[in-house]
Design a protein around this ligand. Sequence first.
Ligand SMILES: O=C(O)C1=C[C@@H](OP(=O)(O)O)[C@@H](O)[C@H](O)C1
Ligand SMILES: C=C(OP(=O)(O)O)C(=O)O
Length: 449
Amino acid sequence: MAAGAPDPRRKETELTVRTLRTVDSEVKVLGSKSYTNRYLAIASLSGQDTTLENALISDDTVYFARGIEALGHVRAEIDERHETIRVTPTGEPMRAPADEIFMGGAGTPLRFLISMAGHAPGVTTITGNKRMQERPMGDLLAALPALGVDAVSVRGNGSPPVQVAGGSFRGGATQISGAVSSQFTSSLLINSVLAETDVEITITDDLISKPYVEMTIAALAEMGVQIKRDGYARFTVPAGQAFRGGSVTVEPDASGMSYFLAAAAVLGGRVTIPGIGRDSYQGDVGLVDALARMGCAASFDQKGITLTGGELHGIEIDMESMPDVVPTLAVVAAFARGTTHISNIASLRVKECDRIAAVTNELRKMGIAVDEHHDAMTITGGTPTGAVIETYDDHRIAMCFAIAGLRTEGVVIKDPGCVAKSYPTFWETLDTLFPDGKSTTFPDGKSTR
Ligand SMILES: O=C(O)C1=C[C@@H](OP(=O)(O)O)[C@@H](O)[C@H](O)C1
Ligand SMILES: C=C(OP(=O)(O)O)C(=O)O
């Protein structure tokens, strides 16, 4: 849905989700956050005029567009109505801005910008909101000096604010841990393209969230840049490659899609998402197979992805490669017969909130038994009851519990506007599932539209 006048619900303190008997809808979801971030980064380094079509225009991508512009070498023109972002060189070289760059809660953009600032002569200071100032950057900061870039955490705790001394991104060989976030590796891969010499990146342990690195390599290839690799152990970025500009089209967001697939799963209805298929590099498409294992029917064809709900039962699943859809699957598991064990998800503890703790707390409020482990969650399905859901300034907690509210009476979502991080039109899209076009009410029962 094209962004029109901003949805007034973004400013509410809480909303009650209306229940829905069933669903049979085609849902057009917004463009991918991860692809939009990658294309923005690559376009900004390319020296070419580049237009992103079907771009995600949300808090995170707007922070990134403004962050890139702060380095002085490009303009990023956002056209919300047409869902495009046009990146054009200003003709000026990159340079560290005098003011610090504030990136809000945008984790991937902030991590991409740290390495990018390595190309900007002078000292760039990059910070974010309160939660961002707790999120880890240390592995990335430790990997940059070997390439010629000094980057430090101002408070010495590995989190923003970060200061980057740029202008001598030489290249060479570096090492990085892949255990905390794949975004560090993606940040190095993208920004190494402008290094003076080849860059060799050795991953010192097991890389998590691998599909995101595949997405980075695919986005680079689409824009003319090749990466050499030895599996996930070593990547080489050859120097002196020419970028392709022009226009790129962002595919629908697989994490955003998850909420509407979950609606089909919990309501026993059917939802089709056009414009995305099994061949996507977005690892979150894997949720479709997970929901099929839980009893839904899935099909991938020229129409896109269709999920039809069925008798739900619990499963055992390792979700290391699709962390962002863990909260979605956990909510579906609350309605399933038996137990669902989700493993290998320690990275959820350092996202917009501690998502293992948040999902555990909020499902328990709905009367669902959850065992919380450091890197896992065990959910025993049942009949969830209505509750007031805290969302912890985390878009994904708001969106997945909204789906619980389609089936369970009395689910109130606090701070519904937090969806703007990745899905500003979420509530409007949810409206489209309802025959009367209204998915929410104010807590006094008055319809919002
Ligand atoms: O590269 C990306 O676009 C992302 C990588 C993932 O992070 P981790 O690699 O930290 O798991 C994911 O959670 C995030 O929403 C987007
Ligand atoms: C973890 C997320 O984002 P980021 O790390 O980019 O802030 C997310 O969108 O779920």
